[in-house]
Design a protein around this ligand. Structure first.
Ligand SMILES: [Zn+2]
Length: 149
């Protein structure tokens, strides 16, 4: 069984940075289609983030690895994902906000890219992989139109 799998993102940027993270979190999917996953249960999530760009910042970083850890690990580790504002089951929310592997991957991308958009060297988060179990993972790849700069 493959536990570490890094699908490559085709690109022509000079620099590519990858950050691996592992965190423990619980979640539930409040939908009939989710079956047993409607009950609160936990996973050891394994996450890989790919960031690329042509220019470095004044320190010589594409981005600081620590920033990625703060945005992802510090936010979600040892939490109930459903408590996070991104996954809150509010009256105006729909199935798009349940913390499925896909939505968790997209949420991580959004939060990282929002931070990267403030950097003058314009790094781009090209890919987020979220592995929920040794046999199940999702790859989220942003499309060109998802980037604001
Ligand atoms: Zn689950």
């Amino acid at each position: 069984m493959i536990h570490q799998f890094y699908p490559q993102v085709p690109h022509t940027y000079r620099y590519e940075l990858n950050k691996d993270m592992q965190l423990a979190a619980a979640h539930f999917i409040p939908a009939a289609a989710a079956g047993k996953c409607a009950n609160v249960h936990g996973h050891t999530y394994v996450i890989n983030v790919t960031i690329a760009g042509d220019e470095l910042d004044d320190t010589g970083f594409l981005v600081d690895f620590k920033m990625i850890k703060e945005l992802v690990h510090d936010r979600f580790d040892h939490s109930l994902l459903n408590d996070d504002e991104a996954f809150a089951d509010t009256p105006d929310s729909d199935s798009e906000t349940f913390p499925t592997t896909e939505v968790v991957a997209r949420t991580i991308w959004q939060s990282i890219q929002k931070e990267l958009d403030t950097r003058f060297n314009q790094p781009r988060c090209l890919q987020v992989i979220v592995r929920e179990t040794p046999t199940s993972y999702v790859v989220y790849r942003a499309k060109e139109g998802d980037f604001t700069s």
